[in-house]
Design a protein around this ligand. Sequence first.
Ligand SMILES: [Zn+2]
Length: 276
Amino acid sequence: MDAPSLPIGDFKVHVLKDGIYRAPIGDLIHVRGEPARQSAIDAWTSPDFSVDVNCFALDGPGGLWMIDAGAGTAWGPAYGKAPAALRDAGFSATDVSAVLLTHIHGDHALGLFEGEKARYPNARLLIPRGDLAYYGDSAILEATPKENRSSFRTVAKLREIYGTRIEVFEAGPVLPGISAIDLPGHTPGHTGFLIHGGRENLLVWGDVVHLDTLQLADPAVGFDYDRDPELALRSRRHALESAVGENWLVAGSHITGVHRVKRHGDGFAFTGERDA
Ligand SMILES: [Zn+2]
């Protein structure tokens, strides 16, 4: 049975829910420091929070492409549902001819593996140059504490398994109808993808926002997964302001649904949800 899809120009966009990420609200950080952090945590009435882990299938004239691939089986049974969601949308893994990564973190890239094999055996793999340069650098690896090396391991395994099918890209056109927008901070090369639809454009913004209920109202709220919180804040503001100014639809790895953005007080809010 075909799941509903969102038409954007020549593309049909399917949101593939890979799982649910649950974490302590104490992972929250605040760019303005500890008092602001503590009051944001105090206002949250639960010790933890849950958000979607999404990836996306784009069915278009150039073939079937994906943005991100979910966590696969590496993060336990709460994840790894993207391949079934892809099947429900009417496709198989062998139909995917390109996967674009917003960044190299596990909940976006580990779903590219099926054990020691490629989950998407016919796909080119497009990785932001900034992330491949950073997480593929052996000197940076050596200088990184052992417990923070998972993304370096992911790059090494991607190189082993996807080999010459790996390509890098920078900001600008990346595939016909899709351009990459630099949104660094969460990782060095973190990227959003703008899907050009003519009348309607959709920004798939990766991890610009992890918890929309807090971060739209106060974009200075971050999470300790942001490698450079100040830079992540600038990218968050840039993405939100662009979405307002250009009237883009937005979707993300950790937000539910497809939205437009409006200004609201000192921050932003979602408006006008679209089904996908
Ligand atoms: Zn993520």
